[in-house]
Design a protein around this ligand. Sequence first.
Ligand code: ZN
Length: 572
Amino acid sequence: MMNLSAAGALTPAPVLPSKPWFQRPSLQVETLVLLCVGFLLLSGNGPFWRAALAGRGWELVATWGFAAALFAAFSAFYFAFLALLATRLTVRPLLSLLVVCTAFAAWYMDHYAIYLDRAMLRNVLATNVNEARELFVWGMVPRVLLLGVLPAALIWWPRLKQRSLGRALAVRLGWIAVALALGAASLLLVFADFASLMRNHKEVRYLLTPGNVVAALAGNALGGAQRPSQPRLPVGEDARLGASWSGRTRPVMFVLIVGETARAQNFSLNGYARQTNPQLARQDVINFPHATACGTSTEVSLPCMFSPYGRVHYDEEKIRGHESVLHVLARAGFKVLWRDNQSGCKGVCEGLPAEQLDDAKVEALCAEGHCLDEVLLQGMEGIARDNKGNLLVVMHQLGSHGPAYFKRYPAVFRQFSPACQNEDLSTCTTAEIVNAYDNSLLYTDFFVSKVIDFLAGAQQQYDTAMLYVSDHGESLGEGGLYLHGMPYPIAPAVQTQVPFVMWLSPGFRRSFKIDQDCLRSNAGAAVSHDNLFHSLLGVLDVQTQAYDKSRDLFAPCRPAPVVALNGPEKAH
Ligand SMILES: [Zn+2]
């Protein structure tokens, strides 16, 4: 105070030797990094600490020792990594970015109990602008401001001390060596506990923020970098229409509806207590109640379900590097059309005709940059009329894409109420969230049934059929989990069990000689996305080496080919 008033006077005499209280402190770059690392581990890692220390009592000294050792070890390793990149010029932007990203990531992880791995990050990055807008919820603002923006601004406050280049290098290498030694020593102290944590709960590494974000970004950058230069490797180059096609009088129209975020458990066709399938229940459909998805996210499931590899031979590089069943069908003579009301076909329809309809301007169906799924039927009459050959249309729904379930259906489908009317699910009760979700399933039920009605009406010109399957399920608060995208091995069944429903017109069944009763009596068996590739080839009688009869759901319900039938008779 004295200094301030002295400075206020115009007398030049007492030059200020002491500093005002707001004087910028002076820090070494290393100190700033260390402070920041400590802050990140404490402020942005609630889910990590809860998972790592689960089942331990805070009254035990060992718990505190384990927590302290982990804190020391991860601080040291984060520090050593950042010390490689941080200079007087880069340290502030680098740390600010990390602090803000961590605040965002931590909010999502806390709220939805998600694990941030490569697939989850790719989901976030691959969503379009409208989906991203829905991921932003006002509830996160206070936390991001307090634990992200404010500390990021503070990073710019201290002055950074300068050293000569040679000395700076020597000091930095010294710091890094000490950090690595300290980190290793801390882990060794609790090694048995740490090893058991990593063995039994590998997934906790996806909770360690911001390491998970950086690792996922790097993984996706490296994994994605090799792809665009290489064209997809062909699958089923020998594909052609089979013998049953020779006597056919009408072309085929097959609609494959790839649903979104519908979970099997909430379909009344599968025994859910609420009537969520009033429309499909009155259609002559075949329902498969035990169907499993290949992944827990669109980014994983979509490429996988259209590939010959599937979950059994899951290999992301191979799946993304090869053609899909759509390319095989196109080669055999189908006009393939991908109609999308979501974030695209994830490469599955690369090079094939595709229509993006999520920003269509259909007045009754579209608002705020989103369209209801009925937009996928817009113009289908014209497509059916103009097309004289075989047609396979894939309709990629917006379905029950969360967290804004309430935006997925028109008001007349708000039958289960009160329904959560907020993207921020934490503002709603579990019952309200489930109500909104179930309403979105009601609308999907209506939409799929409407597609069946359309196909039934096109029977004069086409042999028609429909298959509906969702890409993955959804968590609605069970065990504190929300949304989807859990790493597959630890994902709950609600995220992996999906509805799987088909409808075959009488003409289609006749001409492809499919026994519907047989299909229906087999439908109780376990099926999965892995059946899709081979079942599509099988039901449409497309012959290729890539076809595996054992995974074709229709194979047991079709008479054996004529040659095989006659074979034994001739032999006798
Ligand atoms: Zn999805």
